[in-house]
Design a protein around this ligand. Sequence first.
Ligand code: MSS
Length: 366
Amino acid sequence: AAGTKPLPGYVAWKDPASVIVHSTTTIETRRGSFGTGVLTPSEQLYIRNNLPAPDASVVADRDAWEVEIAGVKNPRRLSVRELKSMGLETLAMVLQCSGNGRGYFPSKPSGTPWQVGAAGCVMWSGVPVRWVADALGGVAGGMAFMTGTGGEKLPEGLDPKTVIVERSVPVAAMADAMLAWEMNGAPIPLAHGGPLRLIVPGYTGVNNIKYVKRLAFTAAETDARIMSHGYRLSPPGGKGDPSQPSVQEMSVKSWINGPGADGGTVKAGLVQVHGVAFGGLHGVSRVEVSLDGGKRWHEARFVGPDLGRYAWRQFVLSAQLPPGAHVLASRATDSAGNVQPEQRAENAGGYNNTSWADHALKVVAA
Ligand code: MSS
């Protein structure tokens, strides 16, 4: 499709017509490609890598991959083979980059100008972190964080702390966290973190560590740069530092995926305005759709199965669109009563954009 670079070799299996290739490490799903089924097919799912992925040899014998579990009573290394014997659970979760929607910030923050497509709803299968910790005697006393470390080979000649992908989340996030080996019913592709990925439901993409090689319960947050200075909510024009809030929990958000997401033209008359809505940490409970840029709102209907509080839901509004220009917007409410805001919260990194106004879709009916 127009304006897109060719797919890099390690994700040559992606569907080129469904994605926008920003760079070899940043690829997003086209708004018009999300479709109306609840799950995002792996060939359409976005890619974001902070470092080049490990060599493909790590998925040659997936069961042999080892993760070190620390900060428990009996710390040890466990292979994927052993993890598979310890428990099994499946959950659907929205995986969304912290910077999804950055492209709508008028301040043009540095980083990929994602529109809506650095997100997808994915089915993960693996063992709950809780069960692994319990099997190793439980979390050691005084541990306030759960820290995951990526298994990439680090570039030589640099201080590892400045490049390593290592993130801490509050230990409470372990309640629903998982060490996953399957995604959408197949072994996790290397590009998405196979052989083993840490899944932290309700938390932004960066907290979901791919090819996880270490999972530690820690007293303090990691001092890796990606945690201490990266992914911080800094004031516009400012720089990230450890005193600022970290980008972690997602909040309620929705957007419209059609009709008219590709090209902006729609046949006038009866249309089915559809999109996705999710609550982040909470489930989504309600979606309203506006056909006039937010002046009047109409209750939308949820479509398809409810895959739990961490999944997104598809919604639809049947409407008559007369010939002319229209601004289609959606506004979601989560089960805790939080309403998707009209405006984004400005920040230097362009993170956490949930603004319904920014995500409105301009179409022309003819
Ligand atoms: N992990 C690792 N190991 N490495 C890297 O680089 N990145 C992040 C996550 N994880 C990384 C990891 C990010 S940042 C994101 S979004 C995600 O991942 C994505 O995913 P995919 O699968 O889609 O690619 Mo932003 O917040």
